[in-house]
Each structure stands twice: as structure tokens, then as C-alpha cells.
Design a binder for this molecule. Structure first.
Ligand SMILES: [Zn+2]
Length: 255
């Protein structure tokens, strides 16, 4: 697939990067990424993936745009309050880059729908805001053999990792790190404890970068590492994580 003159101009700044170039750009244009959540993480992630020319974005969200979303969910606008987030996001992303096909998935991610969703992408980017969805996506990526770019934010802090447990059976998964979901009443959420919009921007943009690296097979993946970011104190930590032999999903006794 040859790039058109318009595409040569649109992507010129990343065509200059030796890690991307014409071959990498063609690969991005043919790639499919599932983004779960068109919210605080999904907004910047989907914007940067669309801007970079990732050919197909499958966007999963069943919420509607609310006024209190706009402090961080930069895909949406004041005049789109009340619209389905997937519709609002599709409008924003299509306006940003008509090369990109946005496929809305306006349903809840459940045990019944998750496998069909994960099948649609080459990799999955988790921008969900709850533990139930994170565990569902982690298990579905394991079954489908797809990489999972995961992040979570709260307050001024965030964490990020890439899980390649579906692709590489020596790699840890989300559940190796957190074997059991916490009780919902014991976990603070952005709704109950707050979050700085810029923090979701940093983590979501970093997820997009990890997704692009994984699609192109360049750089050092965060797989096997957990990145802990504290924006309030200006600190970043990268810690090693390993496969947990007792993991309920991918451990030796789980088969
Ligand atoms: Zn595991």
C-alpha cells in the first residue's frame, strides 16, 4: 500500500522517525486497536492513535457524555452532553483524521460480549474505570492471544503496564499482579476520590505510545514492568513484575 501525497504530509513528522518510516506507517494504517472506555484514559489514547493513523479504532463505551466528564475526557464537548460517548468520540476522531475508521461498540463489556470485542483488534487498550472490566479484558486477551495495554489513574497518580500473557506464556498478566478483585466498597474511584485531568492525559498518551510500539515491534515494551507515576511529587518508578505461578488465570494450577 503506497501512501498518498496527503498522507505523506499528514504523517511527515513520524515518517522521519527511523522506527516508523513508510513501512511502519503502512502497518499502522492497517492496524486495528480496541479502546475500552471513551473516558479519561481512552480520550487522549484514541486521539493520539487516530492522529498517528491507526487504521481502525474499535471504541467500546456504553455511557453518555456528562458535564462532569469534560474536565478530563477531551474527546467530548459541551454541545455533545447527552450523546452516546461512542458517537461523540467518533465525531471527534473522524474530524481529526478521516483516514481512520471508527467502529463504535455501544454495549457494556460483559462475560458475554468481551470475547467478540477483543477478537476485533490486533491489541487492546484498557481505559476502563473499574476492576470488573479489567479482569474480564485480561482474561479475554489471554484466551485470544492479544497484547493488553493497561492503565489506571486516581488523584495525581497513575500506573501503566503492557501484558503479553496471551502471546508469551512466560509473561505476567494483570491477575498475576492483582490475583483477586478488591471489594468494590473498599476501592476509591475517580468518582468518589477525584482525579486531575492532566494525569489521565499523561497515562492515556503513554498507553497510545505503548500500543504504537507494540504494533510496530519497536523499542522496549513495558511488558514485565509496572510504571508508577506520581505527578504531584514529580516521581516515576519502573518496577519489574513476574509471572505468578499461583495466578488464578495463567498460573500452573489454573489450566
Ligand atoms: Zn497471570
Amino acid at each position: 500500500m503506497a501512501l498518498s501525497p496527503t498522507q505523506m504530509e499528514r504523517y511527515s513528522r513520524q515518517l522521519l522517525l527511523k522506527e516508523i518510516g513508510g513501512a511502519g506507517q503502512t502497518r499502522l494504517l492497517q492496524a486495528r486497536v480496541v479502546v475500552v472506555g471513551a473516558g479519561g484514559l481512552g480520550s487522549p489514547a484514541a486521539c493520539y492513535l487516530a492522529a498517528a493513523g491507526v487504521g481502525q479504532l474499535i471504541l467500546a463505551d456504553d455511557d453518555r457524555v456528562e458535564l462532569s466528564n469534560l474536565q478530563r475526557q477531551i474527546l467530548h464537548t459541551t454541545d455533545r452532553i447527552g450523546q452516546a460517548k461512542t458517537d461523540s468520540a467518533a465525531q471527534a476522531l473522524q474530524a481529526l483524521n478521516p483516514d481512520v475508521q471508527v467502529i463504535p461498540f455501544t454495549q457494556r463489556v460483559t462475560q458475554e460480549t468481551v470475547d467478540g470485542l477483543v477478537q476485533q483488534g490486533d491489541l487492546l487498550l484498557d481505559g476502563s474505570d473499574n476492576f470488573a472490566t479489567r479482569y474480564l479484558l485480561n482474561a479475554a486477551c489471554f484466551r485470544a492471544g492479544k497484547p493488553l495495554v493497561s492503565a489506571a489513574v486516581l488523584g495525581f497518580e497513575g500506573q501503566l503496564s503492557v501484558f503479553r500473557h496471551g502471546v508469551d506464556n512466560t509473561a505476567p498478566c494483570y491477575q498475576c499482579l492483582y490475583p483477586h478483585p478488591p471489594a468494590p466498597e473498599a476501592t476509591p474511584t475517580c468518582r468518589s476520590a477525584g482525579v486531575l485531568g492532566a494525569v489521565t492525559g499523561i497515562l492515556g498518551a503513554w498507553q497510545a505510545a505503548e500500543a504504537i510500539k507494540a504494533l510496530l515491534g519497536v523499542g522496549d515494551s513495558l511488558a514485565g514492568s509496572l510504571l508508577l507515576v506520581n505527578v504531584l511529587h514529580g516521581q516515576i518508578q519502573r518496577i519489574r513484575i513476574t509471572k505468578n505461578p499461583d495466578c488464578p488465570l495463567c498460573g500452573a494450577g489454573s489450566g
